[in-house]
Design a protein around this ligand. Sequence first.
Ligand SMILES: Nc1ncnc2c1ncn2[C@@H]1O[C@H](COP(=O)(O)OP(=O)(O)OP(=O)(O)O)[C@@H](O)[C@H]1O
Ligand SMILES: Nc1nc2c(ncn2[C@@H]2O[C@H](COP(=O)(O)O)[C@@H](O)[C@H]2O)c(=O)[nH]1
Length: 217
Amino acid sequence: MTAGGFDGVERRGLMFVLSSPSGAGKTTLSRMLLEREPGLKMSVSATTRAMRPGEVEGRDYFFVDKPKFEKMVDQGELLEWATVFDNLYGTPRAPVEAALSAGQDVLFDIDWQGTQQLHQKASVDVVRVFILPPSAADLEKRLHTRAQDSDEVIRGRMSRATHELSHWAEYDYIVVNQNVDDAFAEVQSILKAERLKRERRTGLTEFVRKLQRQLEK
Ligand SMILES: Nc1ncnc2c1ncn2[C@@H]1O[C@H](COP(=O)(O)OP(=O)(O)OP(=O)(O)O)[C@@H](O)[C@H]1O
Ligand SMILES: Nc1nc2c(ncn2[C@@H]2O[C@H](COP(=O)(O)O)[C@@H](O)[C@H]2O)c(=O)[nH]1
């Protein structure tokens, strides 16, 4: 099955990826997108990282231990996976394939390594968006304001930010998340435009043929 737009033209589902240095705002923007964009489903990752206060099993992540994660890798259950900040993270394959074949678009909050793997597997269906913080000071402030990681973890994430940033040019779109509403509007516009791309819209040929038949009458 394929997704249908407001105009009823069928199209292939897409994989919408948000990446950024930790704390730039991917989770915030993802939640806003999911609230306001019907037809978009979040890919919930598996991770060996410890659960943060307020996180919910199966909503934020599937929290698994290392042997379980390694078994998922061995059995080909992950579409992509990577080591990030000394923990393992990966995308369960089955829910993504089920959502795409049910005509939904899928949203991913994954790092540059996972994005490269997804792009290698399904390049035309992957839309890559990189979120930048307005400044290093803002990034650090956001990690502290979130108040979910220790100072040591925050220091580690800040020191990895330069490396994460170095991958910005591998992305299709770059959004600076200064004001969250402005950044959201930009991300939403990207999704809307990508949904309209001719090559995804498998129903266009039939739609235009029908129009032509009507015009010939
Ligand atoms: N434009 C913004 N202005 C101020 N604060 C923001 C903005 N966007 C997000 N935040 C806040 O910054 C903190 C980090 O945001 P968020 O958790 O969305 O980042 P993230 O990129 O998902 O991080 P991680 O990669 O570690 O999961 C949160 O407390 C969030 O509310
Ligand atoms: N390659 C993947 N990266 C992932 C996945 N799920 C999350 N992530 C990235 O990990 C870091 C840290 O996340 P946090 O929740 O511990 O703050 C962040 O950059 C995420 O985008 C995944 O399945 N694959």
